[in-house]
Design a protein. Sequence first.
Length: 298
Amino acid sequence: MAQNIKIGTLVPGNETSANYIKAIGQHGFESFGPTFWQTASKITDWGKYAAECLAAATAAGAVISHVGVYGNPLETGEMDLETLKSWETLIDNAHLFKCDLVCGFAGRVRGKPVPESIPRFQEVFGELSKRAAGQGVRLAFENCDMGGNWASGDWNIAMNPDAWELMFDAVPAANLGLEWEPCHQMVKLIDPIAQLRKWAPKVFHVHGKDATICHDVIKAHGVGGAVPFAFHRTPGFGDSNWADIISILRQAGFVGYIDIEGWHDPVYKGELEMTGQVHALNYLKRCRGGDFVPNPEV
């Protein structure tokens, strides 16, 4: 049971992803997730790229958990269309990585309230979900607001349960779900534990990222003042009890991956980046229950 949830990390999606996996492979990560910003078009030979990533992961005793692209596939600018094309490309090539999951932002009609993006979401992901289902692939949306809110934004409507209800009602496909993390809910003062209990069946992938909420700052300055009241954190340094999170996931029957999303912690950054990530890896393994111990046969 301990191995039904693997703990890994995200990998920058580019021509050197395999080299990055090789460089950190000795630390004990159990999965790696190549992650592209806006476009995956720089990869021209997907067979070669996937084989190199797989070989590096296998040498580390790990797997490729998913592939992802993070941009706005609902708009029609040049880069937005590149993002949409990259969703298609990753869906078509996921099998090369021996994975069945593609993750990213849901996109957004820029500058409009969330409900005004739903018709375009239905159009785009109605087709993408069919394309993915035909290849045994699932799609998951990260719950990051990217600086947007209900009224307006540039990147992603999949930011909170009100939006998820609209999205999954518009495209009620079984292979559409969430790439969830507590951080993005906590910084909006949403209780992630209560949320996860309800939404765990729709969680396909988990980003290992946490948050610290400074309640003393909120009391003194509020949530919109000059002093920041919340910080993104690497797991093990934030406020979440990941033993509770993993327990809820297990209770819901989750089988999959928690991949650490680094490069956000205000303390464990720079030369301390990998120190923080490896601490998070070991912390999350403990929260998972530690090493698997088989029951005695009696």
